[in-house]
Structures are given as structure tokens and as C-alpha cells.
Design a protein around this ligand. Structure first.
Ligand code: SF4
Length: 398
């Protein structure tokens, strides 16, 4: 079942946004409508995968036992696993544009004009990006690679756009973004990059030195530092929340901004229309409920005011029983105690009594403070750490 399946970044994000939408996507496997920005992103990613793959220089991987495994190239060249290899020559831009024409996905565009606009944008992006690679060839060690790991017992996975060798011999985890805008803060706070850091750390021998969101429209690499252990721990907590929610089949609808782009509004209980045959009956029921709520509120206020008036009369006249026409109103007193937990703990410790009473249970502490077997000094100290509250209320007797 889905609970045992590895979690990806998008799956974790979908669950945290709305567990019911997650269920529609990952359990019921309902399809989403095609969208132009998805098709466009997919096209650009697949072209970059095909075009950059020949530039790969394999890197040492971790074996299941955690040790490093040298690559064939390391042995041929007699290199250590983290040595920096020469970048391979980058091919012609025209070849990349040809791949682009072949890879184009037409789904989800709302008009031929929109599709042409995107096509031109893709050509501009790829031409510009390829020129930057030709000027400064990268040394990728992995392209569009599917990595898996058990992250402190939770299976996780992801497709990593690219992992580059850094000049220092470490690794730079790169994710391409085709979105309109992308800020440095988004790169710094990206959970996606943090999860990819974990996946790369678990699968490669060399350390992760950089995490990069590459904004293709502006040809800007937003490089950030690897996440600290405490940031990763926080993310692990969120991933564990998702894992637990899925395990216990908790899929409540959680409306929010995400609903505007959710394809499941027609079946989601938050937005589903009442069937025509039940509309009138249910509308009457809601109106009746509203009316009763109003009355409840009004009556609650009146009840309170009447009890206060009776209380004032009882105080003035020194009474506890006031007869009406049918019943007698009887005034009752309820007492409760509150204790300063810290002080009670200190007293119990001073007297070696910590195991004798639960200091979080005020009623038990009150009884303990009256127990003649408890030393008088302890009883006194506990009593002085408490405060008594008295509440008066009325009951009706026949
Ligand atoms: S419409 Fe909103 S609440 Fe309903 S499933 Fe979609 S995201 Fe969740």
C-alpha cells in the first residue's frame, strides 16, 4: 500500500498542503488536467537531460555497506574518487534546438498562440543556456537520476536534474526551474533541495558542497549552502508526519490557496454541490440549525444573568434555597484547587516524596496535603503552594 512506498518531495508537499488531494493523486491515482507550464517544464527538462548526458563524468558511489566504490574511469586514470576530471566538450546549439523540436509536448496549451509563445520562449532559454555551458562547460556526475534512500527509517526518493562536480572536488546538486520568478530566499529555504541533499549524500561518496536552483529564464544559478543537520532534522520531522498520516489513512480535506489549482474540486466534500433532489430539505435543516443556535446564544446569556441576580439576592439575604412556583432553586458551592507545579515538585523532592503523588493531578495533591501520614512541614508547604477557587451554581429541586 501507499504507506510503504518511498516518499518524494512532491508527494510530501502535496500531503502537507492537503491530505485528501494527496489521496486522490497517490492512492486513487486520479489524473490531473494537462497544463501548459507542466508540458513546457517537461519538454525543457527532457532536452537538457538528452543534451547534457554525454558530458557525464562518473563519480564514486556508496555501496550498501556505506563504503566508496571507485568508478571505471577512476581505475583507468588511476584517480582517487574525488579527483576533478576535465570537462568534456559541449556540442553545438543547433543540435540542442533540434532535440527541442523533437521533444516538444503539446498538451495543456490553451491556444495555438500560447503554444507558439512558449515555443519561442523555450528556444530563447535553451539557446542562452547552451551558450553559457559552451563558455564554461560543466562536469556533471549525474543527470536526471533516480535516487532512493532510507532516511532514518523512512524510504525517500527523487529524480535529481543534475549533480555537478565542484572545483573543490565535492558535489553541487542542481535543479532546473522554468518558472517566471525565483528568489534567492526560495532557493535558501527549498525543501526540495534539502531532500535532494539527503539523497545525494546517501548515494555518492563525495560531500555535497552546494545546492542550486537554476533559474533558466534569467540564466541565474541560485547557489546555496548545504542544509545544516538541524534544518534536515526539521524536514525529517515533516516527512515523518506525512509518513504517519498516510500509515493511519488520515486524509482530511484541507482547504487553502491550493484549492484554486486543484482538479478535484468537483468531488472534494469541501466544494461538492448538494444534489438537486436534497437541496430544499437540507436548506431547511440548515436554517433550523441556525435559528436554534441563535436561541441557544440568547438563552445562554439570559440564564447567566438570572443566576447572577439569584446569587446577589442569596448573598444579601443569606439564603441558599429559594422557592419558585414549581421548584426550589438550591445554591451549591464547588471548590477546586490549583497548585504551583514547580513548587510542589521542590517540596516533594526535599522530603523524598516524589513517588507518592502525581503533581499534575491537583485533586491528588490536595488530598496528599491533608494526609496525616505526610510530614506536617510538607503538608504546610504544599498547601501554601496552592490556591483555592470557589464557584457557586444553582440546581432545581422539586
Ligand atoms: S479542493 Fe482543496 S480541500 Fe479539496 S482536495 Fe483539493 S486542495 Fe484539498
Amino acid at each position: 500500500m501507499a504507506a510503504a512506498s518511498p516518499l518524494s518531495y512532491s508527494s510530501v508537499r502535496a500531503y502537507l498542503e492537503c491530505p485528501l488531494r494527496w489521496k486522490y493523486l497517490y492512492v486513487d491515482r486520479l489524473p490531473e488536467a494537462p497544463r501548459s507550464y507542466f508540458s513546457f517544464g517537461r519538454t525543457i527538462h527532457s532536452v537538457l537531460e538528452e543534451a547534457v548526458r554525454p558530458l557525464i563524468i562518473p563519480s564514486a558511489r556508496r555501496t550498501p555497506s556505506g563504503t566508496s566504490q571507485r568508478t571505471l574511469e577512476d581505475f583507468h586514470a588511476g584517480r582517487a574518487s574525488s579527483s576533478i576530471a576535465e570537462a568534456k566538450p559541449v556540442g553545438e546549439t543547433a543540435a540542442v534546438l533540434e532535440m527541442y523540436r523533437r521533444a516538444w509536448v503539446s498538451d495543456g496549451y490553451t491556444s495555438p498562440e500560447e503554444e507558439s509563445r512558449y515555443k519561442r520562449l523555450g528556444e530563447e532559454i535553451l539557446t542562452g543556456y547552451w551558450e553559457t555551458l559552451r563558455a564554461d562547460p560543466p562536469t556533471p556526475v549525474a543527470i536526471e537520476e533516480h535516487l532512493q534512500a532510507s532516511w532514518q527509517g523512512i524510504p525517500v526518493h527523487g529524480y535529481i536534474d543534475r549533480v555537478d562536480r565542484t572545483p573543490g572536488g565535492g558535489l553541487d546538486v542542481v535543479d532546473y526551474k522554468t518558472s517566471r520568478e525565483l528568489s534567492r530566499t526560495e532557493a535558501k529555504e527549498s525543501d526540495q533541495l534539502a531532500l535532494y541533499q539527503v539523497l545525494v549524500q546517501e548515494n555518492f561518496s563525495d560531500p555535497v558542497e552546494k545546492l542550486t536552483l537554476y533559474h533558466l529564464r534569467s540564466l541565474t544559478p541560485l547557489r546555496t549552502e548545504p542544509r545544516t543537520p538541524s534544518v534536515l532534522e526539521e524536514l525529517h520531522g515533516r516527512v515523518a508526519t506525512v509518513r504517519d498520516g498516510i500509515r493511519s489513512a488520515e486524509f482530511p480535506p484541507t482547504p487553502g490557496r491550493q484549492c484554486t489549482r486543484c482538479d478535484f474540486r468537483g468531488i472534494c466534500p469541501e466544494f461538492k454541490e448538494v444534489p438537486g433532489t436534497d437541496k430544499e430539505r437540507l436548506a431547511l435543516l440548515v436554517d433550523r440549525f441556525r435559528e436554534l443556535r441563535e436561541r441557544e446564544r440568547t438563552l445562554g446569556g439570559e440564564l447567566e444573568a438570572t443566576a447572577t441576580e439569584l446569587h446577589q439576592a442569596a448573598e444579601e439575604l443569606g439564603l441558599h434555597r429559594i422557592p419558585g412556583t414549581h421548584d426550589v432553586a438550591v445554591r451549591r458551592r464547588e471548590e477546586s484547587w490549583r497548585f504551583d507545579r514547580r513548587r510542589v515538585g521542590e517540596v516533594l523532592e526535599e522530603h523524598g516524596l516524589t513517588d507518592r503523588v502525581d503533581r499534575d493531578d491537583p485533586e491528588a495533591v490536595r488530598k496528599f496535603a491533608k494526609d496525616p501520614e505526610v510530614p506536617a512541614s510538607a503538608r504546610e508547604a504544599i498547601t501554601s503552594a496552592g490556591s483555592r477557587r470557589t464557584r457557586w451554581y444553582w440546581e432545581l429541586e422539586r
